[in-house]
Design a protein around this ligand. Structure first.
Ligand code: IPM
Ligand code: MN
Length: 351
């Protein structure tokens, strides 16, 4: 197969972890006889510095023309500490999601047998955890009306959803549930929020189209608690943008390191793959960041193109590296800490 992939390294550790995913993907292409053409493009603070805008039109054109996008991370501390900054790297990410129509964000949480005791949660609580949070990504409070009034003393952000937006996300949730254990949990705050009541009523109306799927409805606060008590009781979860943002960070620690969990963002056409961690500026340029979340994001990419053996080969080599202790400092616990680039080289050689 021939794949054209847009490569958006972004900021902080983005370029370093992206390099490793490229090495591993190229090794896969070689082994399985595929051709990958990588087209780099600017995004985030790097793009602001170069052209004054975090998601330039040229980058959008490259992403639209590609079969998929592999994305590193976005964000820079010089913007976090300046609330008056007019242009922010994160705006680039949001613009990209919106312009590419990436309305569904697939964020899995699973455990690695060799890392189970690295989790802050007890082994018996997390063993067998294998869940997917399907986060709505182009609606809700992230994109609602916002502003200031009363001379700037009052600020507001509004959460708006249409039935159609809920339906298209929920459809993906039902379909995903059908390929797994047929359990779907709709996470909302329908006891308080009108937008959540629309979510619940819309999902309830869709239940009859998927009679085999067992649907539950839970409030987001209760889910936040149960997710760390009994994560292995969940399978596919669907939720709105902000709830999904918060719950997926919470869920990511279950596996033992934030540097491990991949994600996919998909829409009608575009597909984007990225680690769920951020740009980790403290580690930028030091060759110490964990590249596995990005490498596993590349595995999700292959899988979405029905290259199942290729995806499995990546997961197998990642498991092997963990079992053999070829890990970066976040997982080395006093043992040898490998560099980001050394882990990438090892993975590529062992494909
Ligand atoms: C994420 C990030 C982004 C989000 C930020 C960087 C805008 O936290 O991908 O989860 O909030 O969606
Ligand atoms: Mn987030």
């Amino acid at each position: 197969m021939k794949l054209n992939i847009a490569l958006l390294a972004g900021d902080g550790i983005g370029p370093e972890v992206i390099d490793q995913a490229v090495k591993v993907s190229n090794a896969i292409a070689k082994k399985f006889n595929h051709e990958i053409n990588w087209t780099p493009a600017l995004t985030g603070a790097a793009a602001i510095d170069a052209v004054g805008e975090p998601y330039p039109d040229e980058t959008h054109a490259i992403c639209e023309a590609a079969d998929a996008v592999l994305f590193g991370a976005i964000g820079h501390p010089r913007f976090d500490n300046d609330p008056s900054a007019k242009v922010r790297p994160e705006q680039g990410l949001l613009k990209m999601r919106q312009k590419l129509g990436l309305f569904a964000n697939v964020r899995p949480t699973f455990t690695f047998p060799s890392l189970i005791d690295k989790s802050p949660l007890k082994r018996e609580r997390i063993e067998g955890t294998d869940l997917i949070i399907l986060r709505e990504l182009t609606g809700g409070i992230y994109f609602g009306e916002r502003g200031r009034k009363d001379n700037g003393d009052t600020a507001f952000d509004t959460c708006t959803y249409t039935r159609a937006e809920v339906q298209r996300l929920a459809k993906k949730g039902f379909e995903l549930a059908m390929t797994r254990s047929k359990k779907l949990c709709c996470v909302d705050k329908a006891n308080v929020l009108e937008s959540s009541r629309l979510w619940r009523e819309t999902v309830q109306a869709m239940e009859k189209e998927y009679p085999e799927v067992e649907v539950s409805y839970e409030f987001v606060d209760a889910v936040a608690m149960r997710l760390v008590q009994w994560p292995n009781s969940y399978d596919v979860m669907i939720t709105e943008n902000l709830f999904g943002d918060i719950l997926t960070d919470e869920a990511s620690v279950i596996s033992g390191s934030m540097g491990l969990m991949p994600s996919a963002s998909v829409g009608e056409k575009a597909k984007l793959y990225e680690p769920i961690h951020g740009s980790y500026p403290q580690a930028a340029g030091k060759d110490i960041a964990n590249p596995l979340a990005t490498v596993l994001s590349a595995a999700m990419l292959f899988e979405d193109f029905k290259l199942v053996d290729e995806a499995q080969a990546i997961r197998d080599v990642v498991n092997k590296s963990l079992a053999e202790g070829i890990v970066t400092e976040d997982l080395s616990e006093g043992g040898k800490a490998y560099k980001t680039s050394e882990v990438g080289d090892w993975l590529a050689e062992n494909i």
